[in-house]
Design a protein around this ligand. Structure first.
Ligand code: ZN
Length: 138
């Protein structure tokens, strides 16, 4: 059924930040291959931010992602490449994207994967709420 794969603008309650916890040189294409190998329909994230700060596309925003258990029907997912040692270029790219998305999806809450109650994950290995506050992303 194609209908339940669609993500409507009004359904987006969360913008979820992740880390890849993979090779530092990975790109969206590498994540795509990895997620295909899990038997998924390709990359589960909507955006990927590489180590050099480049922003790459994953799934289109109108397509439901595969990145957060129980919340894929109401969220967009951004993946920072790395385990948690993110650099300034990545944080700048993240900030730029979040400012854009907050204009597009004003009702969405920016949240780290680990901040959902039903996960034991530590991803993205930094305090997203504090960072969002410090950077005044509203
Ligand atoms: Zn995650």
């Amino acid at each position: 059924m194609i209908e339940n794969k669609v993500l409507l603008k009004d359904q987006i309650k969360y913008i979820v930040i992740h880390c890849s916890d993979t090779n530092e040189n990975d790109t969206a294409e590498d994540i795509h291959k990895l997620h295909l190998s899990f038997g998924w329909e390709g990359i589960g994230y909507h955006k990927v931010i590489k180590k050099n700060g480049d922003l790459e596309n994953g799934r289109p925003e109108f397509w439901r992602g595969a990145h957060v258990y129980g919340h894929n029907h109401e969220s967009l997912g951004i993946c920072l490449i790395g385990k948690g040692n993110f650099n300034k270029k990545q944080f700048n790219a993240l900030k730029k994207l979040l400012i854009l998305w907050k204009k597009k999806y004003p009702l969405a809450t920016i949240i780290g994967h680990k901040d959902f109650k039903n996960t034991k994950k530590t991803c993205p290995n930094f305090d997203v709420f504090s960072w969002v506050k410090e950077n005044n992303i509203i």
